[in-house]
Design a protein around this ligand. Sequence first.
Ligand code: XIL
Length: 405
Amino acid sequence: MKNSPQKHRIIQLLLLLITLVLFTIAPATRTDSVKVGATHITSGWDLTLPSLAETYKDYFMIGNVMSAHQTLDANLTAMYKHHYNLVTAENDMKPQYLSPAKGFYYFIMADMLINWAAANNIKVHGHTLVWHSQSATWLTTGVDGKPLTRAEARANLQEYITNVAGHFRGKVISWDVVNEAFSDGSGIPNHWKDALRKDSPWYLAYENGADKSKGESGADYIYDAFVFTRLTDPEATLFYNDYNETDAWKREAMAMMAEELNAKWRTDERNTQPDRLLIEVLGMQAHYWTDSLDVHAVEAAIARFIKSGVKVAVTELDIPYGSWTNQHSEPLTKEEALNQARLYAQLFMVYKKYAAHIDRVTFWGKADSQSWRAKGSPLLFDGNFAPKPAYYAVIDPEGFLRANR
Ligand code: XIL
């Protein structure tokens, strides 16, 4: 039973049970207020604020992330329905959690989220089928730690996608089919394949047995993943998703990849919808930093993606204060909060300008305290769930910038 899938499942069920008990018998511990020093301040979501989704209903969907256990929180749910019409599972739909071992699929947590979304009229974006991180080792790597062969990895990819995209068919509107396939830092490549993350376990396995004389390489997992997903769930819109998408080399690589694989699909005999693209959306993760965000580069990336014929989505937006190498860890000063808000305002002006091509803007976190980059206070609401200047900047970008030059 050591580290076995059964053990994993039992732990998952126990965690779920504990969460249910905590939320049922001890609602008082789920504090909506916090004690700061001697003062008792009320914190909670203010549902009289203008709704983000309502504000942008004529432009694009507005999404955020959730985890399965959070769906038990009624206050959070009320807030979520107020501001968002789309949800991404922050972690629960990653291969690591859905299928920790070959032949085992645990949909219990993801299904909690899916059922919650359906009950609250919130659409679901699937995240993510193929990624080098938070993946399941069995898909690509042998027990000896060595890459599987190309044929083995391809069979596993097909099995995984058929099971997972099949399970969620009709329940998700879209999928991040492949996430972060490109490497970190590179010049504009001659060919997009040159810029791929060559140490991805998917790349390594697909390279292991590739027939170079036929043009095969480690890169082929990407096309296979999109085709398997299309064949399993033809209703879902298919995304390629990546970060640093504003870097000239990466936006070029992403666009070239979409162009080439979409051209290849056009004449693929498995394609029954010749007018439909295979990679339909390029997802801009939009994990920015206040120090380095260049809104012109965002616009250039959107324009380049549109030129390649696809739609664009903002999939994981946040703007922590500081930079990757110089991370901020203090609460924001008034001036810093305003600087951050101006960037949000400028971004949303660009998003509105290209709204005909942008299908959604999803934030990666609901409040600063709940963010994966919490130290940088990256979001629209603070740790007490109060709206920050960034919230007002998103609600009315033009007005905000006029008033806060
Ligand atoms: C992050 C989650 O927010 C964290 O909770 C988790 O520990 C690691 O993954 N790009 C992605 C997301 O596509 O899945 C990542 O989410 C953030 C970067």
